[in-house]
Design a protein around this ligand. Sequence first.
Ligand SMILES: NC(=O)c1ccc[n+]([C@@H]2O[C@H](COP(=O)([O-])OP(=O)(O)OC[C@H]3O[C@@H](n4cnc5c(N)ncnc54)[C@H](O)[C@@H]3O)[C@@H](O)[C@H]2O)c1
Length: 244
Amino acid sequence: MPINILVNGAFGRMGQMTVKTISEYPGFNLVGQTGRDYDLKKSIHDSKAKVVVDFTTAEAVFQNSQAIIDAGAHPVIGTSGLTQDQTRTLSKQCAALKLGGIIVPNFSIGAVLMMKYAKQIVKHMPHVEIIEMHHETKMDSPSGTALRSAEMLAEAQQTVNQPIKSSRENIPGARGANHHNIPIHAIRLPGLLAHQQIMFGSEGETLTLRHDSMNRECFMPGVCFACEKVMTLDHLVVGLEEIL
Ligand SMILES: NC(=O)c1ccc[n+]([C@@H]2O[C@H](COP(=O)([O-])OP(=O)(O)OC[C@H]3O[C@@H](n4cnc5c(N)ncnc54)[C@H](O)[C@@H]3O)[C@@H](O)[C@H]2O)c1
């Protein structure tokens, strides 16, 4: 049986690529494309979608995710910007309905591997900062990938960046944003797509993990994998690494 999939945010950059990929992928049936002025819940009911992929905006993603869950479809959320509180709320909603869902800050396999190995490295090199670089039209910062990376690093090493060294910022923000005690520096420039460095330092040496997305196609195998896998889940999962 092919899986009925609806793409929300279908007219944006990621949405368009996802529509193309899903419509060509054996085993998937693209049943809907929705955008800003659509009634998402009604579209899900009308199209009989079983899975909804969301690539919209940080402002809309929580409400969209709730609409998808309320409509009884499996959410595959690629949009960045969900807070930890919002994720907890969605997790409870999925648990109550025994509904599988997945929130994926980064669908690229290389980025997932970067995070996986960063978790090993931080146990030995607990001083770490993140530099993320994106195209100048990316609307939110820091990126979902950078936030998730910081959360994973802090989970893997509780003494990350300890002791805290207080240094005076001559200009506020000079040391970046702070998430779980890890500085995140966000760069926005034309010519970039999506790039991240995780830089570790210890006495006399540094180690840098770097990932570069050259085009949006790199996200598509992960999107397809998540759409298949989400059908087998009965709870909400965060991160592609949790289902690989
Ligand atoms: N998880 C990943 O691997 C990954 C990769 C790339 C981008 N992203 C994220 O995906 C999101 C979309 O990125 P993009 O480059 O396609 O952006 P985009 O601006 O090109 O597209 C967003 C689309 O969402 C639509 N939209 C806005 N509000 C909406 C609503 N309430 N309901 C339905 N549609 C709505 C807009 O009209 C637009 O067409 C961003 O949050 C981005 O950070 C995630």
